[in-house]
Design a protein around this ligand. Structure first.
Ligand SMILES: *[C@@H]1O[C@H](CO)[C@@H](O)[C@H](O)[C@H]1NC(C)=O
Ligand SMILES: *[C@@H]1O[C@H](CO)[C@@H](O)[C@H](O)[C@H]1NC(C)=O
Ligand SMILES: *[C@@H]1O[C@H](CO)[C@@H](O)[C@H](O)[C@H]1NC(C)=O
Ligand SMILES: *[C@@H]1O[C@H](CO)[C@@H](O)[C@H](O)[C@H]1NC(C)=O
Ligand SMILES: *[C@@H]1O[C@H](CO)[C@@H](O)[C@H](O)[C@H]1NC(C)=O
Ligand SMILES: *[C@@H]1O[C@H](CO)[C@@H](O)[C@H](O)[C@H]1NC(C)=O
Ligand SMILES: *[C@@H]1O[C@H](CO)[C@@H](O)[C@H](O)[C@H]1NC(C)=O
Ligand SMILES: [Cu+2]
Length: 575
């Protein structure tokens, strides 16, 4: 009897297979002590920390009902690496595609995941995620080209850990008391938000390890003692397998590797995350920058300490080739050059600049300005000076040239896309010379976070085939806080067919924030930016960071000197 009824259902089976996965997330404070040295408040979900892994199948629709139960901080969630194609308003960065969700407010994130592989999710409100709101997002794929090469998969997150909370660290970092812009150094390194993690393995089996750096600042050198890795995916892009003994995993990068276990169960093996101390201005005495986990072949074995290695010699991700063999994108219609510089502004704090502009969020999220500005949406002026907005024409090939005029390493991330990495200079090469001949790879590596070398340069390309407002920024949280970000307004006229859900707009309205108008909230005259958010004024001519350092130190010395005088004065004079 049921048979005729089932037939039409079977006809729709391919659609039926994509399911909807719903999560109810109450963002709440809890406490944790992941390095065993200091218990502190952390941002968890539903009273728990670490926060849950989101795991779905390719093609699934994901609905996250998020409630901000923090009481004292706003928040948001970003789905790192997912393109949000057609739903750019679900991307999550505050000031770019939405307002911050205030305590007591809710938001629904609702999107379809059409990419396979290894991602993560985190708060995208200035510097918040290192306080705990960071977790893995895994997309399983029945068509994984490497699926016959492994028996099962294991997710490992790598991160850095601060004992102090971000708001107090940021306040000190971005102040006249820190004129050189020295970034706070983490207290510990973590794997899976803990230390001394053990992973049970079976001899002879091959595992797919999904390695994710969910940290704030430190890149990790990663290796498995006595085992070779085979890289098969970076940032959601399947790659032809390549052997690697050691990886360099910057903040926000993901790498999936195949590791085959030996047959001998008589010993267990350490695997390591070692924070790149080059990133730290100064390495505090006694800092334990290494974190160890163990492949446990037999729980009766002891877990040996990691062997000291003589040098860090990581695998070069530039050599990878995507499985899909997407060819080099030729003849870019637009080339955008971004010069990275750190400098002081008039308030004495140290800021980060892309071509002379440090990012300051606008009064109206840039996406909402696009949607309320009609034909003026193609004029970058309306988005405000300090958003550093660039308009990309629909389907153009876009080239981004990054000249790192700074001695630091920076991992750059683009929302809404991955990009081809067509050139990366070694250290100290200076600015990119477009007139020189470069042998660009015929099939370039693609990913969504890439490292630029100290005082080096980098050339990226992508096609503007995803209308949206996409943030492009350094993924060191300290540098997003100090303004190393720019906004790509991609295909604004095509984007205007997207409709922001009412609950997103209500979040702004309930806080008295505008949802229409230019960066200054002016919806009458979009070209009048009076009242827009601006960075502090530049330093008076002739003032330099060194001057500020001298000034601060002489003040400190003067205050210190006076205190000594007072102290001596108050001490009893010995008879
Ligand atoms: C992990 O082991 C090391 C070495 O024994 C120890 O110093 C550290 O406190 C341990 N970490 C945790 C969180 O227990
Ligand atoms: C979220 O968690 C907080 C703290 O436990 C609780 O007071 C609040 O009622 C919860 N809200 C929702 C919507 O679950
Ligand atoms: C490590 O953490 C991930 C996600 O946070 C989890 O899926 C995985 O099972 C953990 N691995 C181990 C060995 O506990
Ligand atoms: C483990 O044993 C299998 C079957 O005997 C063999 O094919 C394989 O090469 C061995 N692996 C190692 C790492 O020795
Ligand atoms: C961390 O491991 C590296 C590589 O073996 C070693 O050079 C370094 O001394 C270790 N650091 C600490 C603090 O143990
Ligand atoms: C935008 O420009 C198009 C083409 O020039 C024109 O047809 C349309 O009326 C304009 N729309 C507005 C709102 O000005
Ligand atoms: C977005 O979707 C459009 C239309 O389906 C497609 O042509 C384009 O390649 C997609 N872009 C990205 C980045 O996924
Ligand atoms: Cu940076």
């Amino acid at each position: 009897m049921l048979f005729p009824l089932l037939l039409p259902v079977l006809a729709f089976l391919p659609c039926v297979l994509s399911k909807t996965v719903t999560y109810d997330f109450n963002i709440t404070w809890t406490t944790a002590n992941p390095d065993g040295k200091f218990e502190r408040k952390v941002i968890g979900i539903n009273g728990k920390w670490p926060i849950p892994t989101i795991e779905v199948d390719k093609g699934d629709r994901v609905i996250v009902n998020m409630y901000n139960g923090l009481g004292d901080q706003k928040t948001s969630l970003h789905w790192h690496g997912l393109f949000m194609n057609g739903t750019s308003y679900m991307d999550g960065p505050v000031g770019v595609t939405q307002c911050a969700v205030a305590p007591g407010q809710s938001i629904v994130y609702d999107f379809v995941v059409d990419q396979p592989g290894t991602y993560w999710y985190h708060s995208h409100l200035k510097g918040q995620y290192p306080d705990g709101l960071r977790g893995a997002f895994i997309v399983n794929d029945p068509d994984d080209p490497h699926k016959d090469l492994y028996d099962s998969e294991i997710v490992l997150t790598f991160s850095d850990w601060y004992h102090q909370q971000m708001p107090s660290l940021i306040k000190r970092f971005l102040s006249v008391a820190n004129p050189t812009g020295a970034e706070p150094v983490p207290q510990s390194a973590l794997i899976n938000e803990t230390q001394n993690l053990t992973v049970s393995v079976e001899p002879g089996k091959t595992y797919l390890f999904r390695l994710i750096n969910i940290g704030a600042f430190a890149a990790h050198y990663v290796w498995f003692e006595g085992h070779t890795m085979q890289v098969v995916e970076v940032d959601g892009v399947y790659t032809k397998p390549m052997d690697a003994q050691m990886l360099y995993l910057t903040a926000a990068q993901r790498v999936a590797v195949l590791v085959t276990m030996g047959n001998d169960t008589s010993s267990n093996f350490p695997f390591m995350g070692s924070m790149d101390e080059d990133l730290f201005d100064q390495v505090p005495e006694g800092l334990q920058s290494n974190v160890t986990g163990w492949l446990v072949y037999d729980s009766r074995n002891e877990n040996p300490p990691a062997k000291e290695i003589s040098e860090f010699d990581p695998f070069d991700d530039f050599l990878l080739e995507p499985v899909d063999e997407e060819p080099l994108l030729e003849n870019p219609a637009t080339s955008i050059t971004l010069d990275v510089v750190m400098d002081n502004l008039g308030d004495g704090a140290n800021y980060a600049f892309f071509s002379g502009i440090t990012y300051v969020a606008p009064k109206v999220p840039t996406l909402y300005t696009v949607l309320s500005s009609g034909n003026l949406s193609t004029n970058p002026v309306i988005y405000g000076y300090n958003t550093n907005s660039h308009i990309l024409r629909h389907n153009d090939v876009i080239e981004i040239v990054i000249n790192n005029l700074d001695p630091g390493k920076h991992p750059f991330h683009l929302h809404g896309h991955n990009f081809q990495v067509i050139y990366r200079s070694p250290d100290d090469a200076g600015a990119y010379d477009p007139t020189a001949t470069h042998d660009n790879p015929a099939i370039p590596m693609r990913r969504d976070v890439v490292l630029v070398n100290p005082n080096g340069n980098l050339v990226l390309r992508f096609r503007a085939d995803n209308p949206g407002v996409w943030f492009f920024h350094c993924h060191l949280e300290w540098h997003i806080v100090s303004g190393l970000a720019t906004t790509f307004v991609e295909a604004p006229l095509q984007l205007q067919s997207q409709v922001v859900p009412q609950d997103h707009l209500d979040i702004c309205t309930a806080q008295g924030l505008p949802t229409e108008g230019n960066a200054a909230g002016n919806k009458v005259d979009f070209l009048d930016l009076t009242g827009e958010n601006r960075s502090p004024d530049p330093l008076p001519a002739g003032f330099e960071a060194r001057g500020i350092v001298a000034l601060v130190f002489s003040c400190v010395a003067a205050v210190g000197g006076m205190m000594v005088v007072v102290w001596y004065g108050m001490a009893d004079v010995p008879k």
